[in-house]
Design a protein around this ligand. Sequence first.
Ligand SMILES: Nc1ncnc2c1ncn2[C@@H]1O[C@H](COP(=O)(O)OP(=O)(O)OP(=O)(O)O)[C@@H](O)[C@H]1O
Ligand SMILES: [Mg+2]
Length: 237
Amino acid sequence: MKTTLVVNPKGGAGKTTVAINLASYFAAEQIPVTLMDYDPQGSSLHWLRLRPPQAAKIHGANAAPEKYGRLRSFDMYVPPQTRHVIIDAPAGSAGVLLQEMLVRSSTVLVPLVPSIIDLHATGNFLRELTAMGPVKYGHVRMAVIANKVRRSMPAYAPLQSVLDSLGLKLLTRLIDSDVFLKAAESGTGIFELNPGLVAAERKQFMPIVEWVTGLPGLAEAAQEAARVCDLARTRAA
Ligand SMILES: Nc1ncnc2c1ncn2[C@@H]1O[C@H](COP(=O)(O)OP(=O)(O)OP(=O)(O)O)[C@@H](O)[C@H]1O
Ligand SMILES: [Mg+2]
């Protein structure tokens, strides 16, 4: 079982968006997946409740701090058949809770909006995280995602310099796109929507899938499958 932590103390960076779309990939591939929500706001669990009845099952685990006598260890249950756990971290993650999430994880994804304000807020966190035992000693792999990237400004030099100084990888850029909003509203993800409508977003997301699964070449395989599908559709028409 592999676990991916999606974390950034800065609010609104795209943690939930990345977590639910990654879960959507596994669900679409019929790979048993658990979405573990550490956020008391429960955005990921709310998305799970919006899922259409015919959608592939994603198990939800509630790991938000205990209150009103809720039995946290019970709510955090992960079914044994789960192949991938995705942790959606809350804004402001730090201290013991951050340690707890990190110890569970094999990979860490940090979505980050490329703007000087967000970079300032997240830069110190990236520095702290790279110095923490599990990351420092290579037990946990860590990568950054540029999220809500504007079409008018695809590359953002200050982000690249921070990453270079820390030896971190920019995994991909996710464009600022309504598709992510629409998917979230409907309890689905980009891997469950009509491929023709979400081709760009999927292409940008695939490096994340390849990196967390450690299976390079998935993007090409997906492209080839889409090409074959298109061909079959054209022939049938
Ligand atoms: N690439 C994107 N394109 C367009 N909208 C996006 C994108 N990524 C995230 N959003 C939107 O931005 C808002 C914040 O994203 P999200 O909830 O994923 O961030 P978060 O880091 O989980 O926030 P919080 O810290 O509050 O948990 C949401 O409305 C989401 O739909
Ligand atoms: Mg969130």
